[in-house]
Design a protein around this ligand. Structure first.
Ligand SMILES: Nc1ncnc2c1ncn2[C@@H]1O[C@H](COP(=O)(O)OP(=O)(O)OP(=O)(O)O)[C@@H](O)[C@H]1O
Ligand SMILES: [Mg+2]
Length: 454
């Protein structure tokens, strides 16, 4: 990298757009310095462990690596490097047109992608090239034209639909990325493997109508679009959201709907309350910011997470039931066949003084697909136990729960999933092989839990 790269972080968390501070990326590290006004405002920082309450006027630094080339909190504002990522495809098309050639691989292009899509995304921070670009963006957002209806009759819809048919269904249809941008605006980056857009909808409709994100009077959602290689996945995800809600978890409202052979799951965003952004940060990002040797989910063991929450409590007002809620989610993941509960699928909502686990998201039971058939995406070592069932029962105690507490969590999860396999088998869009594989796996996990529960 020839020289330092500069950017700014702004936020609307105080109701009005304001600058948080300046970001500099050199070849070895990322630096962030708050403005004096922001330090004095006592508002949440750009990430939990980089909060101004801890750092004040000192520069927050992070030693970057190939795996984490920016502050960990900013990773989710760079579109995922995945062939189906709609934002990456869209922004690379724009960069390609600007450069007149293929954008080079590497941090400078990733940085460009961060600057193009890193505002209006999940959470409360917005990244821009400089303060002028930031001010323009907020001004444009506040003068947004009447929301654009993207449904069937409207002009924008055919462009959006063409884009989805081309990028998700691989159909050879033409669309004009410029027109998509005119109607939807540049849709912000959002993490994860499944193609998705941040849009807003009219929630009462049977089949929602889409509007640009943050349209007045509409509900902001994450709109997931099912890729054909995972047929039925959004039906399974929707079922698991229902089961978690029935089990008493906090779960966002969701709408599952189809349009010919495009399949959608719209999940209401919980990082916005009455239109205002709420800080949200994944456990991955929090752990990586606090421990510079941590580079990927595999660098920590499941039973070390109790220690992470404990250390976090030294500096943060972390809800007292976090360990128990975390344990309940792990057990539900085991009993529903969700082997994909990794550290980006768990997040804290709120600022340093008051944070807690976010509502449940992405509970898709990925073990239905052989290539995702892992007991747990967060690694664990069950070698000191009779089997992994005994490990997961014992995990509750390492998280500080009493024996009765563990017993109650297991009982509740077993009860909530009692008819799960029947409900999976009833999902006709899920290929039979996936339904059978998932049911078999879940039956075995259930038997292990029942054998070892106190
Ligand atoms: N309802 C929601 N409100 C706010 N943020 C959300 C919501 N649902 C998901 N997110 C955020 O969006 C990101 C991507 O969503 P999600 O995890 O559902 O996608 P995915 O593609 O299925 O992910 P994965 O790669 O884990 O399979 C999440 O990591 C989380 O930060
Ligand atoms: Mg996810």
């Amino acid at each position: 990298m020839p020289r330092n790269l500069h950017a700014v972080i702004w936020t609307r968390i105080g109701g009005m757009p304001e600058k948080m501070g300046d970001l500099v990326l050199s070849s070895e590290r990322a630096d962030f310095t708050y403005t004096e006004a922001y330090v004095a405002s006592n508002r949440p920082g750009f990430c939990l462990l980089g909060d101004a309450e801890i750092w004040a006027n000192e520069t927050v630094t992070y030693p970057i690596s190939e795996r984490i080339p920016v502050f960990p909190r900013l990773l989710s504002l760079i579109p995922g490097n995945n062939p189906r990522n709609l934002q990456r495809r869209h922004y690379l098309d724009i960069l390609r047109a600007e450069l007149g050639r293929e954008p080079p691989l590497g941090i400078e292009t990733e940085w460009q992608l961060l600057l193009m899509g890193g505002h209006g995304g999940i959470g409360h921070i917005d990244v821009f090239t400089n303060d002028i670009v930031a001010a323009h963006w907020y001004q444009a957002a506040s003068h947004a034209p009447e929301a654009v209806n993207l449904d069937r009759a409207a002009n924008g819809r055919s462009q959006l639909w063409s884009m989805l048919r081309r990028n998700v269904l691989d159909e050879n249809v033409e669309f004009d990325p410029g027109l998509i941008e005119e109607t939807l605006g540049p849709t912000p980056s959002v993490g994860g493997m499944i193609p998705k857009l941040l849009v807003s909808i009219t929630p009462s409709e049977q089949r929602p109508i889409f509007y640009a994100p943050e349209a007045a009077g509409k509900q902001d959602v994450i709109l997931k679009v099912e890729p054909p290689e995972y047929a039925g996945m959004l039906d399974l995800e929707s079922l698991c959201l229902d089961i978690h809600r029935e089990a008493g978890f906090e779960v966002p409202i969701h709408h599952r709907f189809d349009d010919e052979d495009l399949h959608f799951l719209a999940v209401e965003r919980f990082d916005r309350v009455a239109g205002n952004p709420v800080p949200m940060e994944s456990l991955f990002s929090i752990i990586a910011t606090g421990d510079h040797r941590f580079r990927e989910t595999g660098d920590i063991l499941l039973d070390e997470l109790g220690g992470v929450f404990e250390r976090l409590r030294d500096v943060a007002g972390l809800a007292s039931d976090t360990e128990e809620q975390f344990y309940r989610r792990i057990i539900m993941a085991i009993l529903t066949g969700n082997g994909d509960l990794h550290l980006d699928n768990l997040a804290l909502l709120g600022g340093l003084s008051n944070c807690r686990l976010s509502p449940v998201y992405d509970p898709a039971p990925m073990r239905a697909w052989p290539r995702h058939n892992l007991v747990s995406a967060i690694p664990f070592d069950a070698s000191a136990h009779a089997d992994h069932g005994a490990f997961f029962v014992g995990l509750g105690r390492t998280l500080g729960l009493s024996e009765e507490g563990v017993s109650e969590c297991l009982h509740a999860a077993l009860e909530a999933t009692e008819h799960y396999t029947e409900r999976v088998m009833a999902l006709e869009r899920v290929p039979e092989q996936q339904r059978r594989q998932l049911s078999e796996i879940v039956k075995q996990e259930r038997a292990l839990m029942i054998r070892h529960r106190p």
